[in-house]
Design a binder for this molecule. Sequence first.
Ligand code: BGC
Length: 759
Amino acid sequence: MTDIRSIVQQMTLEEKAALCTGATTWTTTAIERLGVPELWVSDGPHGLRRVAQAEGLGSESLPATCFPTASCTASSWDRELLGQLGEALAAEALALGVGVVLGPGVNMKRTPVCGRNFEYFSEDPYLAGELAASFIDGIQGKGVGTSLKHYAANNQEYQRMTMNSVVDERTLREIYLPAFEIAVKKAQPWTVMCSYNRINGVYGSEHHRLLTEILKDEWGLEGFVVSDWGAVHDRVAALRGGLDLEMPGPRPRRVQEVVEAVREGALDEAVLDEAVRRILHIVFKAAETPKGAAFDQAAHHALARKMAGEGMVLLKNDGILPLKGVQRIAVIGRAAQEPHFQGGGSSHINPTRVDAPLEELTKLAGGAEITFSEGYPRDDSSRPDLIEAAVAAAQAAEVALLYIALPTYKESEGYDRTDLDLTAQQTALIKAVTAVQPRTVVILNNGSALAMSEWLDGAAAVLEAWMMGQAGGGAIADILFGAVNPSGKLAETFPLKLADTPAFINYPGGHGEVRYGEGLFIGYRYYDMKEQPVLFPFGHGLSYTTFEYGAPRVSAARFRDVDGVTVSVDVTNTGKVAGKEIVQVYVHDRAADLVRPVKELKGFAKVALQPGETRTVTIPLDFRAFAYYHPAYAQWITEDGAFDILVGASAADIRGTVTVELQSTLNLPSRLSRDSTLRDWLADRRGKVVIEPIYQQMQAAIAKLLGEGDMEDGGIGIDPTGFLMDMPLLGMLEFQANTLPVAPEAMIDGMLQQVQAMP
Ligand code: BGC
C-alpha cells in the first residue's frame, strides 16, 4: 500500500501544483523522485480513443473496437450487458496502457437536437444512472477507472463552453443530477468530469456547491474531479470549488498561479493537498493493474454485434419482419455499403474492422437475389436519378430494404442539429420507394430521435439501428432474418415534430443563457403532462413474439417509506419464438405539496422467455422511488398518501396498476407562517387540526361580510369557500379585527405556536 499521506508531505509546493494539471493532453504529471507514475486517460465512452502520441488533440488513435454508442446500448435496458461492455473496454484500455476511460456520459437528453445525444443514455435519470453504474462496475472491476461526465446540466452543444444553464434547485435534483448521484453512490467512478458550461452563473469547473458540497460531501465521491478539456478559466477558483485535476496540460502558467496563490495566502494549502491526495489515490490505484496484454479483437467484435442487436429498436412492423422465404431483395441506400456506425468528436474511434451491412445481409440471405442501389449521395444534394434507379430496383424485387443514415456531419460533438429530419433526398427516396413497393423496410442509422410522420405510413417496418458500432451491419441482418429477436426499447421519446418538444421554447437560449423553463418536465414527463401525442413513446419497442402481463402484486399494501415495497408481476411469452421483454415500473403520486410528473420510471428489468414460459419479475422500490426534492426543506421528502404503481411495456402501454399507501417517517417541521393561506393550513398535517374548528366560523363570517347568499340573492357571485382558500389567514382575520379579542397577528402567532408544539 502506498503511503499517500507521506508522499504529500514530501512534495514541494511546485510539485503539488504541477500534479493538479496534466503533463500532456492525455497524461498526468509523474514525479520520479517520489515514485509517482503518470496516468494515461483516454476517451470513450463506447470504445477507446487512445491516441498514439500524448501531445495534441487530434492525432490518430490506435485501433480499438467501436461498440454501439450510448443511445443504442441504453435501448437494451440491460444492466448486465452494460457491465460486459465495461469489461471489454477495460481489457482494451489495459492493452493500450490506459488507466482511466473518459466515460460514461449521463447527461439528460433535454432536447433531441443536442449534438451529443448519441453519447448519452436517456431522457430519464433513473435509467441513465442505473446503466452508468453497471458500465462503471464493469470497467472498474477490472482495475481501470472511469470518468463520469459531463457534470452538470450540459444538455446542448450550442455555445457549450460558455452557456449559463439556469436551472432551479428542484429540477437539478430530480432531473439533471440523479444519474450522476446513482452512479457515484452505486459504483464510485474513479473520476468525475466537470462540464464546460456555467450552472446558475458559475462555471462547472468552479462550482463549489456542485463539486464539493454535493458530489464529494453529500454523495461521497472518493476519487477526483477532472476538468473537461479546457474547461478551467481560473485555476485557483477551480481548486477552491473542488476541481482537482485540470486537463489538458501542460499549463506552466496555471501551475505558477497556484504556487503564487498559496504563497500569497490566497489559497489554503490544505485545499491543494486535498486535490493532490485525491489524484494520487487514483494514480496509484491505476498503476496496480498490469498493462500491455493484448485484447481479443474477434471476441470484442462479436460482443459489439451482440450489443447492437440488443439495442436496436423495432419501431414498426406490419408483420413483414422477420423476412421469410424472400427470393428477390432490393437493397437501397448508401448506408448499406458505407455504414454509419459512430458520431463525430472526441468519441470517434479508429475501429479494428467494420462490417458492411450489405455483405452481412448477403451472408444470411440464403442465396436470395440481392440488388444494390445507392439511393442518395454522400452529401445532401438532390439526385433524382438515384431515386429513379432505386424505384426501378424496388419494383423488380419482392422486398425493398432501405438503409438510411443521417449524414455523418449532422450529429456531432460541438454543435446541435437544427431539425429532426432526414435529408430532403432521403425523405423523397423513402416516399418514392414505398409508393411502388409496399413491402419496404426502413433501417435507420442516427444518434437520437428523428421525425418520421412524412413517410412512416408507407413503410411496412422501421428498424432504429442507431449508431450501431463496427459490427452493427451484421446485427441488422440478424434482426431482419430473425436470427435475433429484437428486444430494444427506446430510452428517449420520438416526438412528432421539433415544436412539440419540451425545451422548444427555451432552447437554445440567448445572450449566453439558457433557461430550463420546462423544469422537471422533459421527455415523457412532459408529453404525459401535456397529453401530447408522440411518434413513439419512451420505452417503446416491438418483438417478434408477444408478452402477456399478469396483475401486479405488492409485498405490502401499506408500508413505511424507509422500508420500501416490492412489486412483482408474472410475464408470459405468448408467441411462437423466444424473446426478451423489458418490464417497466413507474410511480404516480396521487397528491403532493408540489406539482409532480404524472409518472416516473423507478424500476425496470429485462427478462428472457421461451415460448409459453412465464417468469415472475420482482422489482424493489425504495424511499427514493416515492420521494421528491422539496426546495423549501432542501431535502428529498415523502408525504403520507396513496401512490399508484404502474407496470408496463412502455410509458404509453401500462399493463397493470396497483395502489399502495405510503407512511412517511419524516417528521418535517411545519412550514406555516403568518403568510400562509387557508389552503396551506388545511394541507398541513398539524395546521389542519388547529384550523378546522374555526374554519366553519370563518366561512360564515366572511360570507356575511361579502354579501350573504349567491348571485341570485343579490350577493357578489362568489363561492365563499373558494374565495377564502387562497387568502392568507392573517388577511382574513384583519377583516374581522374589530370583533376579535386580540390583534390578528397575536392570534395567528398563537395558532402557530400550537402547531409547533404538536408532535
Ligand atoms: C469532451 C469530453 C472529452 C474531452 C477529451 C472534450 O471536448 O467534451 O467529452 O472527454 O474533450 O477529448
